[in-house]
Ligand binder design. Structure first.
Ligand code: SF4
Length: 375
C-alpha cells in the first residue's frame, strides 16, 4: 500500500541507523510520548538498531494507561446500573479498577457496548429514549474533537439521556511535569504526530526553550521514528533545543483550527489526576458551563468518589522514563495480558503489553523492517 511500505524500507532504515551512529558522541536519553510510537519501536526492534549511547524511554502517551483508577471504578458503577447503556472503545473493557473491569460488569448483566465512535453512542441515545446512554470519553487531544462533537450533537438534538464520563488529558502539561521532576533524565522528546495534527506544535516552543530540550514532532512508522530520533540526536549533539516537525505530511504548525474551536467550545482545561503519575495542574479537560448538563459524574452523583492504584504496579515510573517493563517484579508472572495488574499490560498501546508480545521470548511476533507483508 502506498504511504506505508516506503516508511518500512529496510535499506532506508539502515541508512538512518548508520547516520545516528555516526552522529552520536555521548549518551543521550530520548522519550517517545505516544504509545503507538512505543509499539512500533518494540515491534520492529528500532531500539536494537541504535547505538548503545542512545536510550529510548517510553512516555505517558497511552490513553488507556493514564486514565485514573477512580474513573475506571466510576465507569464500573455507572455501567452496573439498570437502564444504563454504557459505551466505550474496546480497550477500556479490560482495564482493571479496584472493583473489577467492564467485562465483568457485562458478564454480570450490565449493558456495556463497544462503539467505534462517540457519535454512535449519540445515535443509541436517540433510539433508546428510555435508557441513559453514557460514553467513556477517554484520550488525549486526538480524540477530544470527536467526543466534543458528540456532546454538541446531543445538545442540538435536545437529548436528555446522553452523557459523557470525561477522562481527557493533555500532552504538554505531562511533558512539563516530567521535565520539572528532580529525577528527570529525559534530554529530548519525540512528540506525538497525531496529537500535533489536531493541536499543531506552537505550544511546544515555550517548553523547549524553558527546559532546553529538543522536541521533534514524529510519526508512527519505523522510518518516521528513525528520522525523528536522528533529528533529535543531531540537535542534542549541536547543543540546539528547537521544535522540529518530522511528520510534515500530516502536521501543520497551527494544527486543525476547526477541531480546536469545537474542543474549546465544549471543554475547558482543568487540573487532572493521571494514573501512575498523580495530579498534574491544567492537564485535563472537563465540560464547559454551557455543556455541563452532559457530565455523567454529576448526573450519577459520583463526583466525590476516589480510589488508589495497586501498589505493585510501577506504571508511574515507566511513564516518567525511569524504568522499563522488565524491571517490574510482576511483569510476565503475576501481570500478563490475560491477567493484567495494571493498564499498560492491557492496552495495545501500553508499553508492558508491547514488551510482552514482542520482546519476552525474542522468537515471537516481532517484525523485521522491510517485511511489509507482516506489518
Ligand atoms: S507489568 Fe503490569 S504491574 Fe508491572 S508496570 Fe506493567 S502493567 Fe503495571
Amino acid at each position: 500500500m502506498k504511504y506505508v511500505e516506503e516508511y518500512r524500507d529496510a535499506a532506508a532504515a539502515r541508512h538512518y541507523a548508520a547516520e545516528i551512529a555516526r552522529t552520536v558522541t555521548r549518551p543521550w536519553t530520548i522519550m517517545e510520548i505516544c504509545g503507538g510510537q512505543t509499539h512500533t519501536i518494540v515491534k520492529y526492534g528500532i531500539d536494537d538498531l541504535l547505538p548503545k549511547a542512545v536510550t529510548l524511554v517510553h512516555g505517558p502517551g497511552c490513553p488507556v494507561c493514564v486514565t485514573p483508577v477512580e474513573l475506571i471504578d466510576k465507569a464500573l458503577q455507572i455501567a452496573a446500573l439498570p437502564d444504563v447503556i454504557f459505551c466505550s472503545f474496546g480497550d477500556m473493557l479490560r482495564v482493571p479498577g479496584t472493583l473489577g473491569d467492564l467485562f465483568r460488569v457485562k458478564a454480570a448483566g450490565g449493558d456495556v457496548r463497544i462503539v467505534y465512535s462517540p457519535t454512535d453512542a449519540v445515535q443509541l441515545a436517540k433510539h433508546n429514549p428510555g435508557k441513559q446512554v453514557v460514553f467513556f470519553a477517554v484520550g488525549f487531544e486526538t480524540t477530544a474533537p470527536a467526543n466534543a462533537m458528540s456532546v454538541y450533537q446531543a445538545k442540538q438534538l435536545g437529548l436528555t439521556n446522553y452523557s459523557v464520563l470525561v477522562a481527557h488529558v493533555l500532552v504538554p502539561p505531562a511533558m512539563e511535569a516530567i521535565l520539572g521532576s528532580p529525577a528527570n533524565h529525559v534530554q529530548g522528546f519525540l512528540a506525538a504526530g497525531h496529537v500535533c495534527t489536531v493541536m499543531g506544535y506552537e505550544q511546544y516552543y515555550p517548553l523547549a526553550a524553558r527546559y532546553r530540550v529538543p522536541i521533534v514532532v514524529t510519526g508512527f512508522e519505523p522510518l518516521d521514528l528513525l528520522q525523528g530520533i536522528f533529528m533529535c540526536v543531531l540537535q542534542l549533539e549541536q547543543g540546539r533545543f528547537e521544535v522540529e516537525n518530522q511528520y510534515a505530511r500530516s502536521v501543520r504548525r497551527e494544527g486543525n483550527t476547526v477541531a480546536q474551536e469545537l474542543v474549546a467550545k465544549v471543554f475547558r482545561v482543568v487540573d487532572r489526576k493521571w494514573r501512575g503519575l498523580g495530579g498534574i495542574p491544567q492537564s485535563g479537560l472537563s465540560l464547559t458551563a454551557e455543556y455541563e448538563e452532559f457530565d455523567a459524574e454529576t448526573r450519577f452523583g459520583l463526583s466525590e468518589y476516589s480510589a488508589e492504584e495497586d501498589p505493585e504496579c510501577i506504571s508511574g515510573s515507566l511513564m516518567q522514563g525511569e524504568k522499563k517493563p522488565e524491571q517490574c517484579s510482576a511483569y510476565g508472572t503475576r501481570c500478563t495480558p490475560d491477567h493484567p495488574l495494571g493498564a499498560p499490560m492491557v492496552s495495545s498501546e501500553g508499553a508492558c503489553a508491547a514488551y510482552y508480545r514482542y520482546r519476552r521470548l525474542r522468537t515471537d511476533d516481532r517484525v523485521t523492517i522491510g517485511d511489509a507483508n507482516r506489518g
